[in-house]
Design a protein. Structure first.
Lengths: 181, 577
């Protein structure tokens, strides 16, 4: 039973990691679009709202779709001045309880709310109010997808915490790179 | 009982959520969960108190609030500047700067410490990432300073304090986030923070010089055998003078037909390229026109300085928005890394990944704070805080001192993102009611946060530094002498004088608001017709600027104080449309 559930957790982790791995390229895309737009605006006086909007579509994709992977890698900041004095086991219990009572309800609520939010835009084909602006629903879809991914990752984290508390060893991914921030 | 709770829901909520944060669960989700839990409680209790304005349909505003965060152009500058900093950091800019500037100043007593302050400032203006600056300088400069007899405390203090400059020197992330939360333009924030940042750097330098005169044994000069450059300052001065001349000439006679700000940027860029080309030619063809020292300094210093000018200069001149500036800077950093042959897949990918993860956690704290905020404002929590703070004695000054203390204490425990997203929005209405200029307020908060980064025992910079400073006795590979470990208490001792200097800067900025509020004195845009009268003026106004590429940054508006318009740039800025 436990091994089946752990397989589910590993499958979720794999999907999350996939997003985490490829979505970061959108940072580069946003940089290039924004730089190109700035140059063309200054040098040739040509600018377009679609380009301006495209840069934050990219950025939105980056943070909405990386959040789940950041959770997997334990990259969301915590205030650990008190809890660093506790044992690892107590911290695992706190994490488990908070995953269930804090994170999961939040993700369920936000997924549900952003579903209707997305659907309205998708059905009406609404575009942004700026002249020449982009279609709005993809941006709203990112919000929906972000919270759904986060919800799944929360489930995976709950499974992993339970496994750890039962004595199954789980390797937590390291967080190299972020130590410089 | 229910009445009592209903009427005091705001304080109860505030304290409960703060207590929840201490559980050590990710801040973003704790804030969101706290906000939602108290939303439910608030709706249930709303019949008992008319201070509670919450109802279920209000929940539906959350997705559009997330959408608002997403489409916020200001916040877009965060990933751009982070990425720029990471690329520069990973392409070894810090190493080269420290090596060359250290050699340039090393022969003077206290020169290495001075070099650390200057490089710290340059890194702050490019990478803007505290941990990266502190760790790079701790790894590179600390061993050299220890090797040649610097007191471990003063060496540690200088590195920690200089690395932390990234908090206040534009394009710092702190200032971007602060501007967003205060609802003011980032450009104004940068202009406002510029003079206080220069004062801080100046005071750090003055302190080092003072020590080198009165406590010479703490910071000896580099011994002869460790000096790489043997003279050659003359040709360095020569190339600087010639390049400034090129910039002036280009500004006056070149690039006609462009708007004056563009001409300025183009001329300075041209001069920088000129200096770089001359130096490269001199080296490749062994012309012998310039000394080795001059070559090294130009080659190492010009690219980052040019990048700083392109990014900050264009933002200050109003040519580019901070977001555009960040994107240009990030693109420029990629070009620099490519030229230095440090651009490869691994480096690029790790910079992208780190940027993405920083963006995710920062933006999610903001999302969590917005969810907390919806409930907290719905139960009139903002009014509660306002009343509380308005009761403080001493008006403006009392409020500023109190807030400084609070933020300083919080800054010892919390990341600045949390302070900016949770605490700052609560302070803004009070600050406006007391007639406090919000940019000034933001800069004061920024200096505070910078100070708390340095403060033992929890200051973040101290941790970063501790992680790279030798914590057990080590053998110096160059002299093969046994060296003592740097003790944590020595790091604390070294940070103390700099904390004192920070408090001094804070006091100066509070007493002389004009140091910040001069950002307002850039005259309002003048219609294009007037531009024709200006070329002579703008030509004459240039001398202020090339200095900035020539390496003498502190000479800029630091001297213009509050009264004068910032730089001579106002006539240039005026001609923008």
């Amino acid at each position: 039973m436990m091994s089946l559930i752990l397989k589910i957790s590993r499958a979720i982790d794999a999907v999350t990691e996939l997003f985490g791995r490829y979505v970061s390229w959108f940072v580069l895309a946003a940089v290039l679009v924004s730089a190109a737009n700035a140059i063309s605006r200054k040098a040739f006086n040509v600018s377009s709202n679609a380009w301006l909007e495209l840069q934050w579509y990219f950025f939105g994709a980056v943070f909405m779709l990386t959040a789940a992977d950041a959770l997997r890698r334990n990259a969301h900041v915590r205030i650990d001045i008190v809890t660093s004095m506790l044992t690892q086991k107590t911290r695992d219990v706190i994490d488990l309880v908070c995953h269930i009572t804090f994170l999961t309800p939040f993700c369920i609520l936000m997924s549900w709310l952003s579903w209707t939010f997305f659907l309205r835009a998708a059905l009406s084909g609404e575009t942004s109010s700026n002249f020449g602006g982009l279609v709005i629903w993809p941006a709203r879809f990112l919000i929906l997808l972000g919270f759904v991914l986060l919800l799944f990752q929360a489930v995976s984290e709950i499974i992993k915490r339970i496994a750890v508390l039962r004595g199954v060893s789980i390797d937590t991914p390291s967080d190299e790179g972020l130590d410089l921030l | 009982m229910i009445d009592l709770i209903a009427h005091n829901l705001a304080p109860i909520m505030f304290c409960s959520v703060m207590a929840m944060l201490l559980l050590g669960y990710p801040v973003a989700f704790t804030l969101a969960a706290g906000g939602l839990a108290f939303f439910v409680i608030g709706v249930e209790l709303s019949p008992y108190s008319n201070e509670i304005n919450l109802s279920w349909p209000l929940l539906q505003s959350h997705p559009s609030r997330v959408f608002g965060i997403m489409s916020n152009e200001t916040l877009l500058a965060i990933p751009f500047f982070t990425f720029m900093g990471l690329v520069l950091e990973r392409s070894g800019v810090a190493e080269d700067l420290l090596d060359t500037i250290g050699q340039l100043f090393g022969p003077v007593r206290g020169g290495l410490a001075l070099a650390v302050v200057l490089v710290g400032s340059l890194l702050a203006a490019t990478t803007g990432i505290v941990a990266a600056s502190v760790m790079a300088m701790g790894l590179i400069s600390l061993p050299i300073m220890l090797r040649y007899g610097y007191s471990p405390a003063i060496a540690s203090g200088t590195v920690v304090a200089s690395g932390t400059l990234a908090q206040i020197v534009p394009p710092s992330l702190v200032l971007i986030v602060m501007a967003d939360q205060l609802g003011r333009p980032v450009g104004d924030m940068y202009v406002g923070a510029f003079v206080p940042a220069m004062i801080t750097i100046g005071i750090y330098c003055a302190f080092v010089v003072w020590l080198s005169i009165f406590r010479p044994s703490m910071m000896p000069a580099l011994p002869l055998e460790a000096r790489k450059f043997k003279g050659g300052l003359g040709s360095l001065a020569g190339i600087i003078v010639v390049s400034v001349g090129v910039a002036l000439a280009a500004q006056r006679w070149g690039f006609t037909g462009f708007a004056s700000e563009i001409r300025l940027v183009a001329s300075v860029t041209l001069a920088a390229l000129f200096a770089l080309c001359v130096t490269m030619l001199n080296r490749k063809l062994s012309l012998g026109l310039m000394s080795y020292l001059a070559e090294e300094v130009v080659i190492v210093l010009i690219p980052p300085l040019a990048l700083i000018f392109l990014v900050l200069g264009t933002i200050f001149l109003g040519i580019a928005t901070p977001t555009e500036g960040g994107a240009m800077g990030a693109a420029g950093a990629l070009v620099l890394a490519f030229i230095r042959r440090r651009l490869n897949y691994t480096m690029l990918k790790s910079a992208l990944d780190a940027t993405a993860r920083l963006a995710a956690f920062v933006m999610f704290i903001l999302i969590g704070a917005r969810i907390f905020g919806l409930t907290f404002y719905g139960i009139n929590g903002n009014l509660w805080i306002e009343e509380l703070l308005l009761q403080l004695p001493g008006g403006q000054l009392g409020f500023l001192v109190f807030v400084s203390l609070i933020v300083f204490v919080l800054g010892c425990f919390l990341d600045f993102f949390e302070i900016a997203f949770i605490v700052v929005p609560l302070l803004v209405p009070v600050a406006s009611q007391l007639g406090i200029d919000l940019i000034w307020f933001g800069v004061i908060l920024g200096i505070n946060l910078q100070t708390s980064f340095l403060t033992p025992p929890f200051g973040f910079s101290l941790f970063y530094f501790r992680s790279v400073a030798p914590d057990e006795d080590w053998t110096d590979p160059v002299t093969t002498r046994r060296m003592k470990a740097v003790r944590t208490i020595e790091i604390y001792k070294g940070a103390l004088p700099f904390i004192g200097l920070q408090v001094l800067v804070l006091a100066i900025v509070i007493i002389f608001p004009g140091l910040v509020t001069h950002y307002k004195e850039v005259p309002p845009p003048i219609p294009g017709g007037i531009q024709q009268n200006l070329p002579g003026m703008s030509g004459g106004s240039l001398p202020g600027l090339p200095g900035s590429t020539g390496g003498s940054l502190p000479g800029l508006p630091g001297s213009s104080g509050g009264g004068l318009p910032p730089l001579q740039l106002s006539p240039l800025g005026a001609s923008q449309d």
